[in-house]
Design a binder for this molecule. Sequence first.
Ligand code: UP2
Ligand code: SAM
Length: 240
Amino acid sequence: MGRVYLVGAGPGDPELLTLKAYRLLKEAPVVLYDRLVDERVLALAPGEKVYVGKEEGESEKQEEIHRLLLRHARAHPFVVRLKGGDPMVFGRGGEEVLFLLRHGVPVEVVPGVTSLLASGLPLTHRGLAHGFAAVSGVLEGGGYPDLRPFARVPTLVVLMGVGRRVWIAKELLRLGRDPREPTLFVERASTPKERRVHARLEEVAEGKVEVRPPALWILGEVVRVFAEKEAPVDALALGG
Ligand SMILES: O=C(O)CCc1c2[nH]c(c1CC(=O)O)Cc1[nH]c(c(CC(=O)O)c1CCC(=O)O)Cc1[nH]c(c(CC(=O)O)c1CCC(=O)O)Cc1[nH]c(c(CCC(=O)O)c1CC(=O)O)C2
Ligand SMILES: C[S@@+](CC[C@H](N)C(=O)[O-])C[C@H]1O[C@@H](n2cnc3c(N)ncnc32)[C@H](O)[C@@H]1O
């Protein structure tokens, strides 16, 4: 029975791979990969590549992925299971680890650079944000998240939130978040197709902001620190 490495592919740029991820991709007899894995990363792997990604809403395919993982783990000395960003951040990596361990398959998690961090913005900043949170815009089966625990965090990062951005903005306003708060969408961060869109929370709520998935969405005063549109804030003066 081979080992399964649950590897984070990072946000897209192949140079953001860890050395361990790079080595494992080079040596892997087979790589089972997700939808959001950049083709430049896949090109590094000479072995067999099996696409097991899901389109939006195809969460029921998870059991099929588990069966495929088991089959390949039984057929090879080791297998790489490649997920976008970090496998343990909104990647259903926990489910895959539990399934494999329950079937006696050894697993090793190889963290990757999560897209939460791929914007280059500070998620924390002295005098502006002493903490951050990340939340999924959509729950299993298409449910709506309960945003009450997240409404007051200084920096909030939303993943899988593009389709729900108007609802999320309105809900955060209802929960008391500042309508003029700066926010930033980053489509396809770290790739040549990266596109950054600045918008105040109220503008998003009004449906005025065009964004395409996949994109991360950062809300909070830290957006002002490196913003292009706003007058650049002197970060040093805020440093304290
Ligand atoms: O599940 C996988 O295979 C890998 C992770 C993955 C997910 N969605 C994904 C991917 C593809 C990828 O990142 O490569 C891929 C995914 N899901 C979604 C989007 C769209 C977007 O970013 O705006 C995207 C990215 C689409 C794109 O590739 O551009 C949206 C989404 N998430 C979700 C759903 C509903 C569903 O799948 O049942 C839906 C569809 C909503 C709808 O039908 O209108 C729910 C979802 N999917 C996922 C999670 C994370 C679970 C966890 O906390 O581990 C969650 C949240 C949850 O289940 O509580 C996983
Ligand atoms: C299911 S989550 C997977 C997150 C991934 N495990 C991570 O750690 O980045 C998919 C969502 O992550 C975000 N995402 C993933 N890669 C991205 C990128 N290169 N740029 C912007 N957002 C990205 C988007 O919100 C996308 O809908």
